[in-house]
Design a protein. Structure first.
Length: 179
């Protein structure tokens, strides 16, 4: 985890020189949406999801976004010989403050900090249990716009669940649309 943040910090510093030298009269403000795939890597289950985001970029450097995800399938874990647990992501939602570092008018490096809720369901021997967990989330990523409206975005977000409920490493990639 520390290595990832160190690498992200070095990347942001290295990329900041051309960002400050660019023409700041170009603004990428306004509403945007993102739809894509996310992989939730937990301590035990690995879960896939469809993820959607809606956000608003106030200026070249700051914005806010909401995020919703729903699971695709489940992950099976053997907990004893002949006894399997199936875990599925029911839904996940979060809200973030987003920082943008424009490298070029088409390319941004992104950092985000937010708070979220995740609901998972586990079935063992026909018995089902659901659990809601709240988390503080911290992420880094990048987005590149192919034209003024359409682009791609990839990011990593760490979900630190409260009450010692562990964490999740969430990798996502998706289509980004400016409105």
């Amino acid at each position: 985890m520390k290595i990832l943040f160190a690498a992200a910090s070095i990347s942001v510093i290295a990329l900041s020189a051309p960002a400050f030298a660019q023409d700041t009269s170009v603004t990428n403000t306004g509403a945007y949406g993102n739809l894509g795939y996310a992989h939730f890597g937990h301590s035990s289950p690995d879960l896939d999801a469809i993820q959607g985001r809606l956000g608003y970029r106030f200026n070249n450097y700051a914005g806010v976004e909401g995020e919703l995800a729903t699971g695709l399938g489940n992950d099976k874990t053997t907990i004893a010989p002949g006894v399997d647990a199936k875990t599925s992501l029911r839904h996940q939602e979060a809200i973030y403050g987003v920082g943008f570092l424009p490298v070029t008018p088409q390319w941004d490096v992104i950092a985000r900090l937010g708070y979220g809720n995740t609901k998972m369901r586990t079935k063992v021997a026909g018995v089902s249990d659901s659990d809601n967990t709240q988390s503080w989330n911290l992420g880094v990523g990048t987005q590149y716009h192919l034209d003024p409206k359409n682009g791609i975005r990839a990011d990593y977000t760490r979900h630190e669940y409260q009450h010692d409920d562990g964490h999740a490493d969430v990798w996502s990639i998706g289509y980004n649309r400016r409105f």
